[in-house]
Design a protein around this ligand. Sequence first.
Ligand code: TMP
Length: 204
Amino acid sequence: MSTRFITFEGGEGAGKSTQLRLLAERLELRGVRAIATREPGGPPAAEFLRGVLLDGTQDFAPLTEMMLHFAARAEHVTRTIQPALAAGAWVLSDRFFDSTEAYQVYGQGGDPASYAALKTLISPHPDLTLMLVVSPEVAAAREAARGRAADRYDRMGEDFRRRVTEGFLAIAAANPARCVVVNGDGGAEDVAARIFDVVAARFL
Ligand code: TMP
């Protein structure tokens, strides 16, 4: 049976969480059963690792940090994603392995070969990845409006953010069959309509 595993990727303030929710609502109206999940996170042990990664109390060596993201991901695919797909549901994930490549490899200078090796351990890979790209001004305004506490990665500065965004665009260019870059500037409903068109053209 063909699966529908869709990931949302992008930097802080790109609108991933909002767009994931709006896509789930539109799919529900079509009678599609979709589960919404996120990384790092999902099942309890992966949410525990999210706390470890984001609370900022530890300074990890680059390989440790990358492996912790993959450890959380192993929990997520085994306990959440694989069972949902096997039961016939669609899976919508707020971030997946492209975030590790963008943040840990492009952003933090982690080893690409280690990333590639860890990626071979993870299954399934997404059927479609929506890369949300917004202008830095829009991202900053959305982050400010959200008013949540900054996590470790939020505090890594402007150059880091720029490298992450360049990373996502490079990943999209290298994986044209899987990745679609979506302009996330503008109203949420407009962006949601663009995303639904992409999804409907592929899967409905
Ligand atoms: P967010 O999903 O609420 O944006 O927070 C997750 C943070 O973790 C975000 O700053 C991106 C970062 N992250 C990584 O650095 N590597 C990863 O593999 C994942 C999934 C997230």
